[in-house]
Design a protein around this ligand. Structure first.
Ligand SMILES: Nc1ncnc2c1ncn2[C@@H]1O[C@H](COP(=O)(O)OP(=O)(O)OP(=O)(O)O)[C@@H](O)[C@H]1O
Ligand SMILES: [Mg+2]
Length: 380
């Protein structure tokens, strides 16, 4: 089998201006009474894309999926699938299947019958149904549970049945609302890779809602970060992480240090700001900002070095601090370093060696430093 890496790296229809989106939300708004759950949202998703919606509870993720599936109607705006406006098309006539956040299995049916349900309704021949169901059971590793009823399964097993049921019909578009939420970490990670394989091999378009950023980063071609019914940024996982377009996204995805300060110099591809007494940050940035403006800079913990000795140029992107806390996480160690102002900086380093001869200890004086390219200017 071919690794997914090469296929995925070459897959970027959103960079091609002539590519037509497969799913398009056009200025979609959804109000419940006077509450706006989805607010004038526009979004393009491409054929065969693995798309993730990420955002805090209540930001409108499920509502967006439900409108695409046809269980809710937009208050205004348009949803287009494969060139056709979906308004007026009932859910069962849309080439879309949805796996619900609460997976709604039929309690009186066995696992097997639950998975076969949609296929039977479509009148698929019996032997084909049997073949498809056994494929699905294998996929979700529930072969030995085929004849059990949902109440005889654990939460994680029920979730896998729901997943198998939603995949069985091989819809063109599969909407998955927190598909792996009830699985333990190990099974969750395995299933992530299986979902990616499946999506790739069957040529499906997936839209997945998840609370789990790491899951979104692992699986998705692109991620939309949502807040209060709006999309704040849509980009690849790497772009979202390395080049967040706002304080909200920087803060929402992964760990980050945010420094605020006044611009002291701007131009020639860099911005300098004074963040606290004696600590000046210089960050590569194409834009020119007015001197005196207050701006923020986001720097990921892994971009920050912790050293005993002062770095060569200690007057820029370097500050002295004190180790306040050390969290040993196995693969890496996270340091909390207190600057003289009282601000804490998080720095992480990989534990490549098995043991360290002269490890850092609490209360030790250290330097934190980073490169000009290690941070991102935040424009809001
Ligand atoms: N039928 C409804 N009537 C009134 N308000 C609703 C209805 N459905 C959703 N809402 C509200 O709309 C907002 C968005 O809900 P939605 O279910 O889309 O959130 P979500 O992003 O999926 O959250 P979660 O991560 O908790 O599942 C919430 O504030 C919710 O209370
Ligand atoms: Mg939801």
């Amino acid at each position: 089998m071919k690794s997914l890496g090469n296929i995925r790296r070459a897959f970027a229809p959103w960079t091609d201006p002539s590519a037509k989106p497969f799913i398009a939300f056009k200025n979609v708004t959804k109000r419940f009474g006077d509450f706006t759950a989805v607010n004038d949202l526009s979004l393009n998703i491409y054929h065969r894309e693995f798309f993730a919606l990420l955002g805090a509870s209540g930001c409108g993720k499920s509502t967006l999926l439900r409108m695409l599936a046809g269980f809710e109607q937009p208050t205004s705006g348009e949803i287009v699938l494969d060139g056709a406006d979906l308004a007026g098309t009932p859910p069962y006539k849309r080439p879309v299947n949805m796996m619900f956040q609460s997976y709604a299995l039929f309690p009186h049916m066995t696992v097997e019958k639950n998975i076969a349900f949609g296929l039977r309704q479509d009148g698929m021949p019996k032997d084909e149904i049997a073949e498809r169901v056994s494929q699905m059971l294998k996929l979700v590793k529930l072969e030995q549970f085929a004849s059990r009823k949902p109440n005889q399964l654990s939460g994680g097993q029920r979730q896998r049945v729901a997943l198998a049921r939603s995949l069985a019909k091989r819809p063109k578009v599969l909407l998955l609302d927190e598909p792996l939420g009830a699985l333990d970490k190990k099974l969750r990670e395995e299933t992530q890779f299986e979902l990616m394989d499946l999506q790739q091999n069957l040529g499906l378009t997936f839209v997945v809602v998840t609370h789990d950023q790491e899951e979104a980063m692992t699986m998705a071609d692109r991620i939309a970060v949502m807040s209060h019914g709006k999309v704040v940024q849509v980009a690849t996982p790497a772009e979202i992480y390395e080049a967040p377009n706002s304080r909200f996204v920087a803060d929402f995805i992964g760990d980050v240090n945010i420094f605020d300060g006044k611009v002291t110099m701007s131009g020639n591809g860099a911005v300098e700001l004074a963040v606290e007494s004696g600590f000046t940050i210089r960050i590569a940035a194409p834009e020119t900002l007015a001197v005196g403006n207050t701006v923020g800079v986001a720097i990921r913990p892994e971009k920050i070095r912790v050293t005993r000795a002062a770095p060569l140029n200690a007057s820029i992107n370097a500050a002295k601090g004190e180790i306040w806390d050390i969290a040993y996480l196995g693969d890496m160690t996270v340091f909390h370093i207190r600057l003289p102002s009282g601000k804490f900086v998080r720095a992480s380093s990989l534990n490549a060696q098995r043991s360290v001869d002269d490890p850092f200890t609490y209360d030790q004086e250290v330097w934190v430093s980073f490169d000009e390219n290690g941070g991102v200017l935040l424009k809001d």
